[in-house]
Design a protein around this ligand. Structure first.
Ligand SMILES: NC(=O)C1=CN([C@@H]2O[C@H](COP(=O)(O)OP(=O)(O)OC[C@H]3O[C@@H](n4cnc5c(N)ncnc54)[C@H](OP(=O)(O)O)[C@@H]3O)[C@@H](O)[C@H]2O)C=CC1
Ligand SMILES: O=C[C@H](O)[C@@H](O)[C@@H](O)[C@H](O)C(=O)O
Length: 312
């Protein structure tokens, strides 16, 4: 089996395809084509979110792919996410996402960030206080949000629920109260931010890791990082292949974003990294750790300590 066709088992018994197309910041007019192209060339996993404001177009791309007759809805794994301003309106948010996507169920519904915004603030997605800071409802716990997400499983509108941007600290707050253990924790993950503590903790608890910003996000410096280039040269592939294949070797799924057809194709060109490749990347990671030089590319200004060791 090609490495890109690997699937990982979730704690629900369902399988998540190892490579999913990311769609954050995929512009209108581009993302529909990106999604339909991705599915046409073999992707079976698409990641979006209510706050990306592109669910409708993502849904159009899925519809186009389904109309080709080559794939069926049940062949696809679609993830979307509950946005922070909807933590007190979980089912309403899910219904809005389903309507946007034109689907009657979601394979995986994630709590996007463990923080609730004021639902009655000055903006439906990004409410702010007069001082410009995010308008956060500090009285609302992410644990309450999770308990409400658990109720969604009975509606048939979601196959699995999970979390995103959860540190070990936040999972330790959540798990004692959870009836349903999250199926997935979607976190920023790449060799310059290995998040080993969370990866190990999730493994122990049966929570699958999905890696976001695996290429280092927009304008990434990772493509030219020397050890990545070294492994890429040795294996006769591009840096993207090395960066993405690293997750499969760790047992994680991965979400490369692209709206460029050739890159969408390249990002499925995964290989099985061998011990010496992994050792070269581990040395890079260890050197960054020793220098306290991990790189986190996505840390929006929530003004909250999420408990990530590189940020506290
Ligand atoms: N849960 C969460 O909070 C978050 C989730 N995510 C999810 O993860 C996905 C991926 O993360 P994201 O931050 O978008 O960044 P990625 O790490 O996927 O990097 C995307 C960037 O890399 C470029 N690129 C893609 N493939 C290649 C390639 N083969 N060679 C060179 N450049 C390439 C893209 O350009 P172009 O498109 O122009 O080709 C884009 O600029 C998101 O789209 C989203 O779905 C991301 C961040 C946070
Ligand atoms: O999924 C991608 C990211 O988490 C993105 O949704 C956030 O960074 C958001 O733009 C924000 O500013 O809080």
């Amino acid at each position: 089996m090609a490495v890109a066709d690997v699937k990982f088992k979730l704690n629900t018994g369902a399988e998540i395809p190892a490579v999913g197309l990311g769609t954050w910041q995929s512009a209108p007019g581009e993302v529909e084509k990106a999604v339909s192209h991705a599915i046409a060339v073999g992707y079976r996993h698409i990641d979006t979110a209510f706050c990306y404001q592109n669910e409708h177009e993502v849904g159009q791309g899925i519809k186009e792919a389904l109309a080709s007759g080559k794939v069926k809805r049940e062949d696809l794994f679609v993830t979307t996410k509950l946005w922070c301003s909807y933590h007190t309106r979980v089912e309403e948010a899910l219904d809005a996402s389903l309507k946007n996507l034109g689907l009657d169920y979601i394979d995986l519904y994630l709590m996007h960030w463990p923080v609730a915004f004021n639902p009655n603030g000055n903006h439906p997605l990004f409410p702010k206080l007069p001082d410009g800071s995010r308008d956060i409802d500090h009285s609302h716990s992410h644990v309450t949000t999770w308990k409400n997400m658990e109720k969604l499983l009975g509606t048939g509108k979601v196959k699995a629920i999970g979390v995103s941007n959860y540190s070990k600290l936040y999972l330790e707050q959540l798990l004692p109260h959870a009836t349903v253990v999250p199926a997935v924790n979607q976190i920023e993950n790449h060799p310059a931010l290995p998040q080993q503590e969370i990866v190990d903790f999730c493994k122990e608890k049966g929570i699958h890791i999905t890696a976001y910003s695996p290429l280092g996000s927009t304008g990434s410096p990772l493509f030219t990082a020397e050890p990545i280039v070294e492994v890429a040269k040795k294996r006769g592939v591009g840096s993207a292949t090395v960066l993405l294949s690293w997750h499969i070797a760790r047992g994680s799924s991965v979400l490369p974003k692209s709206v460029t057809p050739s890159r969408i194709e390249e990002n499925r060109n995964l290989i099985k990294l061998d011990e010496s490749d992994m050792a070269t990347i581990a040395k890079y990671t260890d050197d960054l750790a020793a220098k306290k030089a991990f790189q986190r590319f996505v840390y929006p200004p929530f003004g909250i300590n999420f408990g990530f060791p590189d940020k506290s």
